[in-house]
Design a protein around this ligand. Sequence first.
Ligand code: RB5
Length: 162
Amino acid sequence: MSNKLQNSNTQTPNPKIILASDHAGFQLKKVLLDYLRKKIDVTDFGTFNEESVDYPDYGFPAAEKVANGEFERGILICGSGLGMSIVANKVKGIRAALCTSIDIAKLSRQHNNANILVLPGRFMKEDLAQKIVKVWLTTEFEDGRHQRRLDKIQKFEEKRIK
Ligand code: RB5
């Protein structure tokens, strides 16, 4: 990550990011790609135009690539952000956070160690989305009591998903 996005809280100096959307998130994805490409290593996983597609076809594989470590973090966009959130949070090891404000984006990193950011393409202004992405990529997990809570989620996941 370049200095433009980096701050003293950044955990990994150069995280690999995967970005994916359905048709309803395509426009915002394009804007974020242009913004991020100047700063970090980002991969566009599609969709590549505004033809109607199904968000699970992009959300599941992108989330799996974060879960298996191919990418450190992901950003998923659909119309409301709800479909991509539901999909991503079904993948073991994913903590996807639908963020509509800078404060929530910051908390999703500090308290939840979110590894996927979800944005609502049809309900978010481009400049706010850029600010959210910047904060989300540069905020560190606070650990401590928050890790204890994440451990409980992981334990539940281990029990439920074989
Ligand atoms: C697509 O029309 C829309 O349903 C999708 O982008 C998303 O908002 C679903 O949750």
